[in-house]
Write a protein of this length. Structure first.
Length: 163
């Protein structure tokens, strides 16, 4: 699962970032056009993906209350499984309106008041110690894989010979 996000998130194979202005400034004019076209395309996809995640949280309200996890691999597997279930529900014409706490607009958690039944001490909980990630997944490794993935997508979607 890869999500497209703004430049405020670090590069990784799980997060597709746009090219930054410093990255764009250091290349040829042809490459600049490609990178800017990629960024514009990514921006339009990001808006669509935000709508998809809102619908996913509307169908599975527990996603809004998951809190912080120390096992990122497990977290990605859970979200991928929910995406598969969401797509199955769509294929079978499931009506999410019948789900308790379904909210088609799904306001962002920061804009909502915490419901009385939710313990506010569990929201934004800090994890002490290391997360349970595979040992090879260092910050540098994740950043390199993220840059490689972005470059592969740039080459596939916006071939240099078209610019």
């Amino acid at each position: 699962m890869t999500t497209s996000r703004t430049a405020s998130y670090p590069s990784s194979p799980f997060v597709l970032r746009p090219f930054s202005e410093p990255e764009i400034q250091d290349v040829s004019a042809r490459e600049k056009k490609r990178m800017r076209a990629f960024n514009a395309h990514l921006s339009s996809i990001r808006i669509m993906s935000e709508h998809v995640y809102r619908r996913l949280k509307g169908r599975f309200p527990s996603l809004k209350e998951m809190g912080i996890h120390d096992n990122m691999t497990e977290l990605y597997k859970v979200i991928e499984a929910l995406i598969v279930l969401h797509n199955i529900c769509i294929d079978f014409n499931d009506r999410p309106e019948y789900i308790w706490a379904f909210d088609p607009k799904d306001p962002i958690r920061d804009d909502e008041e915490v419901p009385e039944e939710v313990d506010p001490d569990t929201l934004g909980e800090r994890i002490v110690g290391q997360t349970e990630n595979p040992q090879h997944e260092t910050d540098a490794w994740l950043k390199d894989r993220g840059h490689e993935m972005r470059q592969e997508l740039l080459d596939k979607l916006f071939p240099i010979e078209n610019f």
